[in-house]
Write a protein that binds this ligand. Structure first.
Ligand SMILES: O=C(O)CC1=CCC(=O)O1
Length: 91
């Protein structure tokens, strides 16, 4: 199942999150190598990203997102994706 995920990160002023950001990157790379986090794009001008996750269930996605190191500082919007009948790959 594919999900479009928007993550907006807000770090409280003065909080040092250097280690947390490094851990977030390591986990993101791990999930990308595993084929779970299939797209990761920066939203221009924001501390935000658009991502696509390929997971088996809503519960799996929730587990992955809620365990991210930056999760306590994220606002997350999720959109489930379905195949579009006009997509070239669907012909
Ligand atoms: O920078 C972000 O958008 C938050 C984030 C997700 C994966 C990562 O390494 O940082």
């Amino acid at each position: 199942m594919l999900f479009h995920v928007r993550m907006d990160v807000t770090i409280p002023p003065g909080l040092d999150v250097t280690d947390r950001v490094a851990a977030e990157k390591a986990r993101a790379l791990e999930l990308q190598r595993a084929g779970v986090w299939v797209h990761l794009w920066r939203i221009v001008g924001r501390y935000s990203n658009f991502s696509v996750f390929d997971v088996a269930s809503n519960d799996e996605l929730h587990g992955i997102l809620s365990a991210l190191p930056l999760y306590p500082f994220m606002r997350i919007e999720i959109t489930p994706l379905a195949t579009h009948p006009s997509e070239l790959a669907a012909q």
